[in-house]
Design a binder for this molecule. Structure first.
Ligand code: B12
Ligand code: SF4
Ligand code: SF4
Length: 367
């Protein structure tokens, strides 16, 4: 990797950046961009440290390595002046009463297994798709801003992406822990890029911006005078709907209990005493997003929003497989069908385990 020592700041006005982003983002397939001035004290920094201390990371050890660096990217990157946050949707919201098992609905065993897969994972791997879009925007910006340095990542970098997305004005943080845009919902991927851009006109570090620098849909008809922290009000639908009780208003999410961890990240069996809670879910879990009124409304207005990137549509070659095939899928077939998709992460053994558990749960329900 090229040394980043000696990278010098480049000054740009946020208004110029807005104009350039408006020119570059639609062609690159990026739907929202915000920026956060660095160094930036994290408003939820204390909750983050407590989350780590309480062991709510569910065995995802990479998450808690050097927590101070995750909370403060400047410790390792003193040159960085700002973080750009970019996002695009993988789904145009969840209709109210969505019947996909990934959203908590019922489906007979012989129904299409793809509906048991979280929407984010039915198409191409977002690590490739979103990164490509981000790089296209950055290449375009580099032509306009001599000396710009920007290092994009999605998911894999040591950054609390949701916190920066909120601070950058992309949306608010819901009780389901997701970053929710009032018009486009939470079905979007986030990516960040550490940059040497020194931007004026941004809110004081640590305060959330009311609006993003670029957005395909305004957050609200009347932008709020005070940046919203949380627009959940008294709603608790996601907490009530979570099958495992993984969400807590005070402590956040417990990844030990989250079905998304069990079905995607865990290598062994699901916890035996509660494996029935996985129901008909095969990979990932959308329940706490599908019940959210913001996502239901996003689905209602989908036609008035730009089309979702078709790379995230269900892949045709999935039609070759049945749930029964997945229960005994060979490493070779797993590679043929799932390489370059998010499902690749769970390995053939994980897919076999999940498919068997779905059958077991549904057969038990029928008895
Ligand atoms: C590890 C991880 C997981 C773990 C743990 C999830 C979690 N909530 O921590 C598991 C495997 C369970 C998971 C599940 C999912 N994930 Co995930 N995950 C990540 C990853 C890699 C790190 C998250 C992390 O640092 N967690 C630690 C917690 C404490 O941080 P946080 O969730 O970001 O929360 C911050 C804010 O919410 C804020 N906050 C605000 N209020 C409160 C209140 C309290 C009490 C607390 C503690 C914090 C808090 O403080 C936190 C720190 O700044 C991120 C990518 C990234 N690098 O950020 C993707 C990411 C969060 N995941 C994503 C997605 C899509 C999902 C799933 C929807 C996938 C699925 N359908 O199964 C589910 C959703 C589960 C959920 N309700 O959160 C997206 C979210 C996009 C969005 N719109 O919000 C991300 C950003 C990936 C991406 N690049 O797009 N994920
Ligand atoms: S993803 Fe599913 S299991 Fe995890 S918190 Fe949301 S509803 Fe609960
Ligand atoms: S379901 Fe309700 S409480 Fe949960 S994130 Fe959506 S608005 Fe907030």
């Amino acid at each position: 990797m090229k040394s980043r020592d000696g990278i010098q700041p480049v000054s740009v006005s946020a208004n110029h950046l807005k104009d350039w982003l408006a020119e570059l983002c639609p062609a690159a397939g990026i739907e929202i961009v915000g920026a956060v001035k660095l160094p930036c004290p994290l408003p939820h920094g204390e909750q983050w440290m407590k989350w780590v201390k309480d062991g709510r990371h569910g065995g995802l050890e990479y998450l808690i390595r050097e927590p101070e660096n995750r909370a403060n990217p400047n410790l390792k990157n003193p040159w960085a002046q700002s973080i750009l946050v970019m996002a695009h949707r993988y789904t145009a919201g969840w209709p109210a009463g969505d019947e996909d098992p990934s959203a908590g609905g019922d489906l007979p065993l012989d129904g299409p297994w793809t509906q048991r897969v979280s929407r984010y994972a039915r198409g191409r791997d977002y690590h490739d798709v979103l990164l490509k879009s981000m790089r296209q925007v950055i290449v375009g910006l580099k032509e306009k801003i001599p000396g710009l340095e920007a290092f994009p990542s999605t998911d894999t970098g040591p950054y609390l992406e949701r916190e920066y997305a909120w601070l950058g004005g992309l949306g608010f943080l819901g009780h389901n822990q997701c970053l929710i845009h009032e018009k486009m919902g939470s079905g979007m991927f986030l990516g960040v890029a550490l940059t040497n851009l020194s931007l004026d006109d941004l809110p004081t570090a640590g305060l959330p911006a009311a609006d993003a620098l670029y957005t395909a849909a305004e957050r609200r008809l009347h932008p709020p005078a005070i940046a919203p922290v949380n627009l959940c009000g008294s709603c608790t639908r996601c907490l009530d709907a979570c099958p495992t009780g993984a969400l807590d208003l005070i402590k956040g999410l417990d990844a030990n209990l989250c079905l998304s961890s069990w079905t995607i990240e865990w290598r062994g069996a699901a916890p035996e005493e509660s494996s029935h809670l996985q129901g008909g879910l095969l990979f990932g879990c959308d329940i706490c997003q599908a019940v959210c009124p913001w996502n239901n409304r996003a689905a209602d207005r989908a036609d008035s929003l730009p089309a979702v990137n078709e790379a995230y549509g269900t892949l045709d070659h999935y039609g070759d497989l049945t749930l029964a095939d997945l229960e005994k899928i060979s490493p070779e077939d797993f590679r043929l069908h799932f390489k370059k998709t998010p499902i690749w992460r769970c390995h053939p053994e994980g897919m076999q385990r999940n498919a068997r558990l779905v059958r077991q749960n549904l057969e038990e329900d029928e008895q």
